[in-house]
Design a protein around this ligand. Structure first.
Ligand code: C2E
Ligand code: CA
Ligand code: CA
Length: 774
């Protein structure tokens, strides 16, 4: 451009020089200079005050009058033509008034000329004409236009780039807001803030739809509006298709699509809000779809028109979708929490007493272990079992049993310390966790609880006396995990029961015993395989006739180092190590051998084998039993089985199936340790069993405790009612025997008759017993 101007200036000087000469010189010089003027790349003309050409060079003529022979003497208007003349007449007039004129002119399409009019003064300084100097700048103009176009494109791209990076920044700030949000309002607030403060947009707003008749919108959050949230709320708007529903937000909600208005000031749809929203020139809004429903929209406003490019729109759409996703997951989380809370109530509390149930109590126990471990504190776990609840259920009905349980729970709760946690573990088993408690405090608490249970319970107007055994285990002495604590507290309860006392603190196995247990666990397999086990037999006597009815097989381990080891020391080891299967198989095979031998010798007696829970759950058990029975030649009924009540009641439906299977193989069945498993007689009625063995803990006390004798007596009566024979175990004295005889107990087993003895001694013993009777 600079060069064109310079060329122009140079030409002008040249033209002026030529003319001053032309005016003064003779004709030959005029021809000479005219030749020069025709050879410079410029349009040159001289026009007099009457606007008639006096001189034009060849180029001028070529541009404006290519068909005319000579244009000298013709008027400017004539040569240029009406239209072109009209565009320059103003400048001509100014030139003739003596003003230098300089302008770019496009007389023909695609042709640009840079024109100068230089007024020429006469002798008295009056304007007598003007010189015209023009140069063709079409090329320059074209380049300039191109550059301008390129610049515009560049600017557009930069703007686009900026808007995209602005949207990207907003998107990532929005995502951070999403990650941090814990509730819906703070998510909306921080999203609006991210859009304005990080993204640099003028304003952001979130509205939710109201389900009212006018379909109004409620402003939930905003950022950037100088008049604030209240002002936004005061603006009338709606998501209905009416005059207040034409803004980008309402349209986005209605159509469920993004709505962008690039020039709000020019958009007639936006007239309703123009005064309140004057700061914003462009707006974009997105629907917020949450859980399949459009709940509102988010609007983003910019202060410049045409602010939202297509790429930016895409990114902001993503932002809106992210927000909707965030809202969805927050709402789902809240719903889930609600459900979880309801579930927690359902699954963590016992419906009858309202106390925490065993799974929730285990959680509490775990928590106590955790915090006591950290603080180095101790706590006490108390378990208390209501005795003979099943009796009460049977006698008075379940409804009354439930009333009793509720009353018991209430007494337990009010007697326990405030800081204690009380729970119902199952059936008639309750637990109390006492934080920061040592042994003596726990015993004191246990006695307090006993006191609370000692008063009569009035159930259906019947005053009932209840007894409950209490076991105490301490953390960390008796266990550092729930499993060990539960086990030990349960052992304590059973010890209390066994010893016939109300309360018992767990006495953990001594370290020496522990190491012995480990040794035994390692050696048991070999003991089974190599025949170190022995069968001991204990007789069962038919009380009415005094005849030996049969025997119970009680296993012993003849250990090289420890001598005869009682089953109490290794049966649970066998149960925990899976060795109970080969052990029971061994016992059954041995018993079948004995039965076959006796049978051949003509002195057959039934022998009962004890069966563990694991045997019942062993799918192959029946098959193996069947094989063993078919190998040995033993009449049906000589092999009997005893299953403890608690094992049967653990899964009554399952037990029913398995017991039927055993019964079908001709095996008479006993319910062992009756009274410790809390079954109801109505349930037992369905079981395919023949005998009921009353647990020795009741028999032991029948002569001293009214309650025990009552229990034993009513158990015998009820068992007879449902067609079962009763065996009393643990019969140790004449008094026991006499009382049981009075209660019409069918069979007796116990030290009073005989201790369990090796098989070889048993037949001599039977002979002696019979001889003594006669
Ligand atoms: P259980 O089935 O209740 O067996 C009765 C237990 O009471 C036997 O203890 C027996 O010796 C004992 N006993 C019998 N009469 C009296 C008495 O008058 N007073 C007292 N205080 N106790 C008496 P044992 O032989 O030590 O067996 C303990 C437990 O071991 C048995 O209890 C039974 O559950 C289990 N057991 C024994 N042999 C086997 C077996 O072969 N398989 C399985 N699975 N368990 C067995
Ligand atoms: Ca038994
Ligand atoms: Ca027993």
């Amino acid at each position: 451009m600079t060069t064109t101007i310079l060329t122009g200036t140079f030409l002008l000087g040249l033209v002026l020089a030529i003319y001053s000469v032309l005016r003064r010189q003779a004709n030959d010089s005029e021809d000479h200079l005219s030749g020069i003027a025709n050879n410079v790349p410029a349009l040159i003309a001289y026009v007099n005050a009457q606007q008639h050409y006096e001189y034009v060079n060849d180029l001028y003529k070529k541009y404006f009058a290519p068909c005319m022979k000579d244009i000298r003497g013709h008027s400017v208007q004539q040569v240029l033509g009406q239209d072109r003349y009209a565009t320059v007449s103003q400048q001509i007039e100014s030139a003739l008034k003596g003003q230098l004129q300089h302008y770019d002119w496009m007389p023909f399409p695609d042709t640009w000329l840079a024109i100068q009019y230089v007024p020429r003064l006469g002798n008295r300084d009056e304007v007598i004409g003007y010189y015209v100097v023009g140069s063709d700048i079409s090329e320059r103009k074209r380049t300039e236009d191109q550059i301008q176009e390129l610049n515009a494109e560049l600017e557009r791209r930069i703007r686009l780039q900026e808007s995209v990076s602005r949207a990207l920044t907003t998107l990532s700030a929005g995502n951070r807001a999403l990650l941090r949000a814990t509730d819906e309002q703070s998510l909306l607030d921080s999203m609006c803030q991210a859009i304005v403060k990080v993204g640099g947009y003028a304003m952001a707003i979130v509205c939710y739809t109201n389900d009212d008749k006018d379909k109004t919108l409620r402003t939930m959050a905003e950022c950037g509006h100088s008049a604030g949230m209240e002002a936004l709320r005061a603006i009338k708007n709606s998501w209905a298709d009416n005059e207040y529903g034409r803004g980008p937000m309402a349209r986005a909600i209605r159509t469920e699509k993004v709505c962008v208005i690039q020039n709000l000031h020019a958009d007639p749809n936006y007239s309703a809000w123009r005064s309140d929203m004057a700061d914003y020139a462009a707006g974009i809004a997105f629907p917020l779809k949450v859980q399949g429903e459009t709940i509102g929209g988010i609007g983003i406003y910019a202060s410049q028109p045409d602010a939202f490019g297509p790429d930016e729109e895409k990114l902001l759409t993503e932002l809106a979708e992210d927000l909707a996703y965030g809202l969805t997951s927050l709402r789902e989380r809240i719903e889930k929490e609600k459900i979880e809370n309801a579930m927690h109530l359902l699954t963590s509390y016992d419906a009858l007493t309202g106390l925490p149930n065993s799974s929730y109590f285990t959680e509490l126990l775990n928590g106590a272990i955790h915090s006591c471990h950290a603080k180095g504190q101790s706590f006490a776990l108390i378990q208390t079992n209501i005795e003979r609840l099943s009796e009460i259920n049977d006698a008075l009905g379940f409804h009354q049993g439930d009333c009793l349980l509720r009353e018991f729970a209430e007494r337990l709760r009010s007697a326990a310390a405030n800081s204690a946690m009380v729970a119902r573990l199952r059936g008639d088993e309750f637990a109390v966790l006492i934080p920061e408690c040592d042994e003596s405090a726990a015993i004191l608490m246990g006695q307090q609880l006993q006191q609370a249970f000692s008063g009569r319970f009035l159930i259906a107007d019947i005053p009932l006396e209840l007894s409950a055994r209490i076991g105490i285990a301490l953390y960390p002495q008796h266990g550092t995990n729930p499993h060990d604590l539960y086990r030990n507290v349960d052992i304590a309860v059973h010890q209390a029961k066994k010893r016939g006392i109300g309360l018992c603190v767990c006495s953990p196995p001594k370290a020496r015993d522990q190491s012995r247990r480990l040794t035994l666990a390692g050696e048991l397999r070999r003991a089974i395989d190599e025949g170190d086990l022995r069968i001991y037999l204990q007789p069962k006597i038919h009380m009415a006739s005094g005849l030996v009815r049969g025997a119970e097989a009680l296993v012993r381990w003849k250990h090289a180092k420890y001598g005869i080891i009682p089953p109490g020391e290794f049966i649970d080891l066998a149960e925990h190590t899976g060795l109970i299967k080969p052990l029971t198989d061994w016992v059954i095979e041995a018993v079948l051998g004995i039965a076959q031998d006796w049978n051949e010798r003509g002195c057959a007696l039934p022998i009962a084998v004890n069966i563990s829970a694991r045997n019942l759950h062993d799918e192959d058990f029946e098959n193996r039993l069947h094989k063993l029975l078919s190998v040995k030649d033993v009449p049906v009924g000589l092999l009997e089985m005893e299953v403890t009540e608690s094992v049967i009641m653990e899964d009554a439906e399952f037990s029913l199936r398995v017991l039927h299977g055993l019964r079908n193989q001709g095996i008479p069945l006993y319910i062992d340790d009756f009274g410790t498993g809390y079954s109801s007689l109505s349930y037992l009625q369905k079981m395919p069993v023949d005998y009921l063995k009353i647990d020795q803990s009741f028999v032991r006390n029948i002569t001293t405790s009214k309650e025990s004798s009552l229990i034993v007596r009513s158990t015998i009566e009820l068992a007879h009612d449902i067609g079962l024979k009763v065996v009393a175990e643990g019969v140790e004295t004449q008094e026991h025997w006499d009382l049981l005889a009075q209660f019409k107990c069918d069979y007796s087993q116990g030290y009073f008759v005989a201790r369990p003895m090796p098989v070889e001694e048993f037949q001599d013993w039977v002979r002696l017993w019979d001889a003594r009777r006669n």
